[in-house]
Design a binder for this molecule. Structure first.
Ligand SMILES: Nc1ncnc2c1ncn2[C@@H]1O[C@H](COP(=O)(O)OP(=O)(O)OP(=O)(O)O)[C@@H](O)[C@H]1O
Length: 275
């Protein structure tokens, strides 16, 4: 008890800053791995760590030896098995505005135009029951996806979007990728979702739309060929059966939230400079 009191008495301001940073990093890490395979894994590692420490205290030498060696081999296995999660985490860190200039720095009028054109094109495709897959890039660069398709580099317009997805035309198969107000490519191949809990009635178009949002911060608009239903995918989550107005509001909000976060950050930086 006395020891604990001594430690508490000796805590200085820098120790508090130190602890706050560590707590923040752990919180962010937890938010990243929440509801992923890695959450179970962390629990497993904690159990192993506790068991190793207990076997050490209880002087169970053989068990302790086995557990320690398991941990060493396990660490290498972890890097291999959880490569996608690690990649996602590093991409997340790379996306922070401290390190890069956002490619989603998109003007207000550009957002309005994008929302209108994508919204109206989606409405028309839905009414005609033409399947579509439209990826709107934000901060995570999607060059790898763009390279799998046919380059277009044309200004976003409802006419062009509808035209691309008309069945039996060369570019209708696959996804369109939009960067700012440009259609970068069509006929792109997207990674399929790794989520095992996804509704079984959803086919590969929806799985591909979800997949790319698990690896990036893009938003994906999906029109079902079978039912004409409009869905949107973001952060690995699918929202289904939207009408055109709700879709427009969703895309608009998604960009506005991002811009507000950025604006707050820059305002804060300027204020700090002026002080
Ligand atoms: N990995 C992928 N990347 C991009 N597009 C894909 C991918 N996989 C499938 N697609 C698109 O989805 C189409 C097949 O859709 P499928 O019928 O399997 O999906 P669905 O989710 O049931 O959608 P729908 O309701 O439109 O039938 C393909 O023709 C192709 O255009």
């Amino acid at each position: 008890m006395q020891e604990i009191l001594n430690i508490l008495r000796n805590i200085g301001i820098w120790d508090m800053v130190d602890m706050a940073i560590v707590a923040f990093v752990f919180y962010k890490l937890y938010m990243l791995i929440r509801e992923t395979r890695a959450q179970q894994l962390i629990k497993g590692i904690l159990v192993l760590l506790i068991a190793t420490q207990m076997s050490d205290w209880l002087q169970l030498h053989v068990i302790n030896w086995i557990l320690r060696n398991t941990m060493t081999v396990g660490l290498i296995a972890l890097l291999i098995v959880f490569q996608p999660e690690l990649r996602r985490a590093l991409e997340y860190i790379g996306r922070t505005k401290f390190l890069t200039k956002s490619i989603a720095d998109i003007e207000h009028e550009e957002i309005n135009r994008l929302v209108e054109e994508v919204g109206e094109a989606t409405g028309s495709l839905s009414r005609q029951k033409i399947g579509a897959l439209i990826v709107i890039e934000k901060d995570t660069g999607l060059n790898e996806v763009i390279e799998t398709g046919t380059p277009i580099a044309g200004t976003v317009s409802r006419a062009l979007l509808i035209n691309i997805f008309i069945p039996n035309t060369p570019l209708h198969d696959g996804a369109v990728v939009i960067r700012k107000n440009r259609i970068m490519a069509a006929g792109c191949f997207l990674p399929l979702t790794e989520n095992p809990t996804i509704n079984k009635e959803l086919g590969t178009r929806h799985r591909a739309g979800l997949g790319v949002t698990e690896k990036s911060d893009a938003i994906v608009v999906i029109v079902s060929e079978e039912t004409g239903a409009i869905s949107i995918a973001e952060n690995g989550k699918l929202t289904r059966f939207l009408d055109v107005d709700t879709l427009k509001k969703y895309i608009d909000n998604s960009f506005e939230i991002k811009n507000k976060q950025q604006w707050k950050f820059w305002k804060y930086k300027w204020r700090r400079k002026d002080e």
